[in-house]
Design a protein around this ligand. Structure first.
Ligand code: PEP
Ligand code: MN
Length: 337
């Protein structure tokens, strides 16, 4: 159920509404918008009456939300969610780029690429320390040692670090280093992990599962928000289709659909989306053109030597030339860059 209150409603009036929602273990979630206060009530709400809420002081409207996702919806919050990383904001009309190699591989490898990306003005640096791989024989990441190297990179270059949490067992270690915790495509429906990252306040980068519908993605995000963490960024990273010419099919349809239905920022990952180096740049441009709030791009100083996803990683030179093109495109689609 969604209760809409006047921005001028008193703390007491808000507290009364939340008190009334306390039946059958229902929980209430409050969002202060620019012109209204929204209170989302989740759980077994059947025993609650819409009419009772409408009569309460400070309440403008009350309604049942029949969708399977509520807190992530535009009905709950009309304004875009903006996440602030010490002044570098995501979702506020600035196009943000998360760049870096697929994995942390060694101190030399990670410092080499980090230094080059810093020079290009990149603020958000990605690299996986825990790598959930399709094959158990593939490189699984440097794990704790990889996180230590990421902490060193952060200290040296001042990036906001994006790195993946693979399971609940190792989440606490990732929380120590990450400014944004990635939940990868393979874990999009790992509900225990989603609940756990919902209980912290670190922003979450939630990648769409490779066989997940857009609504599945919304419901996974809802798991995180319903636990109290509203700092969620969604990511379209390609889905499995019958097409075999590319690694995945980047579903850019998802971007305007997500923008319409949720207030959460949406990034596009053309690297995993198409999976072939020379085709990453055009799909990155397409991602910007269709309204993404940002891009995630894999860049490696020596892609031919990469331990994971070298085939789709851009060289620093290719990445630099892509940034130049994005700079020209961004203002045409009303994005600051
Ligand atoms: C990655 O970002 O390197 C990754 C493994 O992504 P995905 O979860 O989208 O496959
Ligand atoms: Mn990768």
């Amino acid at each position: 159920m969604l209760i809409v209150m006047n921005l001028t409603a008193t703390d007491e009036q808000v507290a009364d509404v939340r008190e009334k929602a306390k039946v059958n273990k229902c929980s209430s979630h409050i969002i202060y918008g620019e012109s209204k206060i929204a209170i989302g009530i989740t759980g077994e709400t059947r025993a609650l009456s819409v009419d009772d809420f409408i009569l309460m002081d400070g309440v403008i409207d009350a309604m049942r939300v029949s969708k399977n996702y509520k807190l992530v919806s535009r009905e709950m919050k009309a304004e875009d969610t903006i996440i602030d990383f010490n002044g570098d904001k995501v979702g506020n009309g600035f196009l943000q780029i998360i760049a870096g190699p697929c994995s942390v591989e060694s101190r030399d490898q990670i410092f080499d690429i980090a230094g080059q990306l810093k020079e290009m003005g990149i603020k958000f640096f990605r690299a996986g320390a825990y790598k959930p791989r399709s094959s158990p024989y593939a490189f699984q990441g440097m794990k704790e040692k990889g996180l230590e190297l990421l902490a060193d990179v952060k200290k040296e270059f001042g990036f906001h670090i994006v790195t993946e949490a693979k399971d609940t067992e190792t989440l606490a270690q990732v929380v120590e280093v990450a400014d944004i915790i990635q939940i990868g495509a393979r874990n999009m429906q790992n509900y225990s992990l989603l609940e756990r990252v919902g209980q912290i306040q670190t922003p979450i980068f939630l990648k769409r599962g490779m066989a997940a519908s857009i609504e599945d993605l919304f419901m996974s995000a809802e798991y995180i928000l319903s636990q109290g963490n509203f700092n969620v960024i969604l990511c379209e990273r390609g889905i499995k289709t019958f097409e075999t010419a590319t690694r995945n099919t980047l579903d850019l349809n998802a971007v305007p659909v997500i923008k319409k239905n949720t207030h959460l920022p949406i990034f596009v990952d053309p690297s995993h989306g198409i999976g072939i180096r020379d085709k990453v740049a055009p799909m990155a441009m397409a991602g910007v053109a269709c309204g993404a709030d940002g891009l995630m791009i894999e860049v490696h100083a020596h892609p031919e030597k990469a331990l994971s996803d070298g085939i789709q990683s851009l060289t620093p030179q290719q990445f630099k030339s892509l940034l130049n093109k994005i700079q020209q495109l961004a203002p045409i689609v009303d994005k600051k860059f």
